[in-house]
Design a binder for this molecule. Structure first.
Ligand code: ATP
Ligand code: MG
Length: 566
């Protein structure tokens, strides 16, 4: 008998209880509810509509919507739309549909920080009246100089001590459009010597003569992120304002505004570490550059790390949610391996995707001892474990197999077809390769084979047939296009480039391979956009959302059957 060791014991414990991936926010929320601090949890997901959502946002969505749902609370969708120059209605529409696709519902109407512009403006005036904000005329260059550095304190602006009256007058004239962009700003009067740079009289309002997608031309001054975010949270009664770690240094400012304004509630900000995935870009700005400079075919290109790209590639919302849960939520920075995301995809698709056969590089096979004009309809299960019914597959004299499944001089241990060798056709008979027919250049254009009629569904007695290959009937199969993808970046950390280079230098020139003239089994003629399959031996595939036509499917390879990353 083996003595139980600490390891054994903890293994036993791990088996007894399901492992709940660590999310440090869960106990905080539970404790707040237990203490009666809040009647219910209210969170928000606050994207800036300046691009499409990426996998990093999926993490934030799962955290915010997921925790709210778990605790029976609610989560708002709020567009953080304070920078009209970079924002667009197209992005708003895409973000809304992405959140829904991921499987979440926001509470109430979609919200916009811009709908609080009147209140924010009134609060800016409140700060001016209290002597806690002033209009500054320093040029951006001067302001930078006055700001100091991490090692040196800043200096007070010469405009810092303007009277309340003068500040009120100048701010009103800023709002009325009397000044040009960048000519003046409104700043909070906090502390130019603070070790936290965010507290060195941060900007509250800047002048931007720009049309806003929500407010039109009503404003030519816009509040910045810091002055908008916490107050919007307060106005909406957000209890836990969850953001990524780079905002940790902004928290004292977040709290300064809440402490110095007559806000209706005081939300608390919590930071967690952002999701970084190797081989992947998680920056809207850089993703936009890939689109604008046509390195990819759009925001939903299946190589993109956008949610729309992943969706078109065939990733499921369930798999992405599982992945976000699996990696946990914490405060330590790290890079997650792409293999983990693909693991989630395979795990979900293995369960949900019906099986089918598709020959990517067809090689004609003639079964010489199968009567011409004869056909036998075979029935194959759609799934080995789940009850998904059967599909019909005609077996006939002329078939296609994959070019790679025949070799004239195979290496040792080759389990597919070779001259004189046998192989099983999946769900059908054992065949033997008798002759390879070649064209004038010596390329194999056809195989002449014979089949053993006694081998349907069972191995011939005394003979071991190890290899099983996929096939389709020549006549009834459907011609289709198949797109194979490789990682979009060659480097595990694409953001890091050689001296003087950019992330674009890391683009993999061979990330897309388009195969035409592929042959899919007849049942796939009916594939609808977004239908997913496991093509036996080739991987998981998804009928393309845009390019699939009735009877003319186009398939994207979602993921290979095995991990090809490590
Ligand atoms: P990007 O740099 O790609 O534009 P962002 O943070 O500026 O990202 P926002 O639209 O402001 O984009 O993000 C909305 C929410 O998503 C924020 O709360 C932000 O913290 C979160 N978020 C963005 N990227 C990630 C990430 N990689 N991991 C986790 N959360 C993220
Ligand atoms: Mg941002």
């Amino acid at each position: 008998m083996t003595k139980p060791t600490a390891d054994n014991a903890s293994n036993a414990a791990a088996k007894a209880e399901p492992v709940v991936p660590a999310n440090f926010l869960r106990p905080i929320m539970q404790a707040d509810l237990d203490a009666g601090k809040h009647a219910a949890i209210v969170t928000r997901f606050p994207p800036e509509p300046n691009g499409y959502l990426h996998i990093g946002h999926a993490k934030s969505i799962c955290v915010n919507f997921g925790l709210a749902k778990e605790f029976g609370g609610s989560c708002h969708l709020r567009f953080d739309d304070t920078n009209p120059a970079k924002e667009d209605q197209e992005y708003i529409d895409a973000i809304k549909s992405d959140v829904q696709w991921l499987g979440f519902e926001w509470a109430g109407e979609v919200r916009y920080a811009s709908s609080y512009f009147d209140q924010l403006h009134a609060w800016a005036v409140t700060l001016i009246e209290a002597g806690k904000a002033y209009v500054d005329d320093l040029t951006p260059e001067q302001a930078r100089e006055y700001r100091g550095s991490l090692t040196e304190p800043g200096k007070n602006s010469p405009f810092r001590d303007r009277s309340v009256e003068e500040n009120l007058d100048l701010f009103a004239r800023m709002k009325a459009g009397e000044f040009k962009d960048g000519e003046r700003v409104l700043r909070a009067k906090i502390d130019m010597a603070s070790p936290n740079m965010n507290l060195r009289d941060p900007i509250l309002y800047r002048i931007r003569h720009a049309h806003h997608h929500q407010t039109g031309d009503a404003w030519c001054i816009y509040p910045n992120y810091d002055f908008t975010h916490g107050q919007s949270d307060a106005l909406e009664g957000i209890t836990h304002s969850i953001c990524t770690l780079e905002f940790e240094g902004h928290r004292p400012l977040y709290e300064w505004f809440l402490d110095n304004l007559p806000v209706p509630a005081k939300p608390r900000q919590y930071e967690f570490s952002r999701l970084n995935l190797n081989y992947t870009i998680t920056s809207k700005r850089k993703l936009k550059q890939l689109v604008d400079e046509q390195h990819v075919r759009g925001w939903d290109d299946p190589r993109m790390s956008t949610l729309q790209g992943f969706r078109r590639r065939g990733y499921t919302a369930q798999a992405i949610r599982n992945f976000c849960e699996m990696i946990g939520t914490n405060r330590s920075d790290g890079v997650v391996d792409m293999g983990m995301l693909e693991f989630s995809i395979r795990e979900d698709l293995d369960r949900t995707a019906p099986r089918a056969m598709c020959v990517l590089r067809p090689l004609k096979v003639t079964i010489t001892n199968y009567p011409e004009g004869q056909q036998q309809v075979l029935e194959l299960a759609r799934h080995p474990k789940e009850d998904m019914g059967v599909r019909q597959l005609p077996f006939a004299r002329e078939l296609y197999i994959d070019r790679d499944d025949f070799m004239e001089t195979p290496p040792k241990g080759y389990k597919r077809l070779e001259p004189g060798g046998e192989v099983r056709l999946r769900g059908a008979y054992v065949i033997r390769a008798d002759e390879a027919v070649k064209d004038a250049e010596g390329n194999i254009v056809e195989l002449l084979c014979s089949y053993d009629p006694d081998t349907l569904g069972k191995n011939p007695e005394g003979r071991k047939v190890k290899g099983v290959i996929h096939w389709v009937p020549a006549q009834e199969s459907v011609e289709c296009e198949v797109r194979l993808y490789d990682r979009l970046f060659r480097s595990a950390n694409p953001e890091k480039s050689e001296e003087g280079g950019s992330f674009l230098d890391n683009i993999n020139p061979d990330s897309l391979q388009v195969l035409t003239g592929c042959r899919a089994e007849p049942s796939l003629a009916q594939a609808a956009p977004e239908d997913r399959f496991q093509f036996e031996r080739e991987g998981y595939f998804c009928a393309d959302l845009r390019d699939t036509q009735p009877g003319k499917p186009v398939f994207n390879r979602t993921v290979t059957l095995r991990d090809s990353w490590s």
